[in-house]
Design a protein around this ligand. Sequence first.
Ligand SMILES: [Zn+2]
Ligand SMILES: [Zn+2]
Length: 287
Amino acid sequence: MRTQRRIKGTLSLKNSGDLTVYFIGVGSAFTRENAQTSMLVIKGDDHVLIDCGSTCPNALYQIGVNLCQIERILVTHSHADHIGGLEQLALTWRYVVKKKPSLVITPEYQKILWDFSLKGGCGFGERHDGKYLEFEDFFDVIEPKLLKGYSRDFYEAKIGSINLKIMRTMHFPDSSTSWKDSFWSTGIVIDDRVFYPSDTRFDPELISEIEERFKPEAMFHDTQFFTGGVHASLDDLSTLPAAVKKKMHLVHYADTWRSFEKKIAEYGFAGFAMPNTYYIFSGKDKK
Ligand SMILES: [Zn+2]
Ligand SMILES: [Zn+2]
């Protein structure tokens, strides 16, 4: 993996073909300095936006990307810092673009996302033959397929040349003891090369399964600077093997991040995931 700073100007949703990860935001739900964590995955002519939180539409605007250009989306879970901008995206496509973008989503999460979140804002703008709008009026669905042979629910979806493995995670409530008794939340492995659990509590079993199976070149892991609650703490993550920490970038961080830079270096992490930075994975196949 190599990094490249983005120098001003518009971010292109196409590139020469190298798998590229670009964080639209790197901050926590409560950040003011950075946008909330979401990423664009770009490879050749293909792209997918991973999460669209409340600050995402404006953060995209700042880099010259309009919601009308975002054709493929995956949302990892229903917290507002991950879906708070999705209603705006859905309405923009229906009433400005007049087409549908594609959302990578399982039937189980589709129902949750619509019934508990999107329906209130999107559902009642039109009525045809006595029926209000449905999820399918806003999005084409790319349904990931359930994979066999994993210790938890893993799915796979293909977006052009981009391969996404999607796995259930243990994010909330804070009392859950596994992904099974957690509310819907997911992480992803991109092209078998990059691991991004999105929001999760400390879950060393998942990290070791990912490491054994994929030996990813980079991990971008959720972190918070205290232990408890629904995220993985820096101190808990510090107990991971040195080889894992060496390729682990920390993301979804609070505005106090600068006071932890020294500690993060001492623990042996790769560092904080940075805004305005392309993370580029060259070569057609994983080494
Ligand atoms: Zn979050
Ligand atoms: Zn969350």
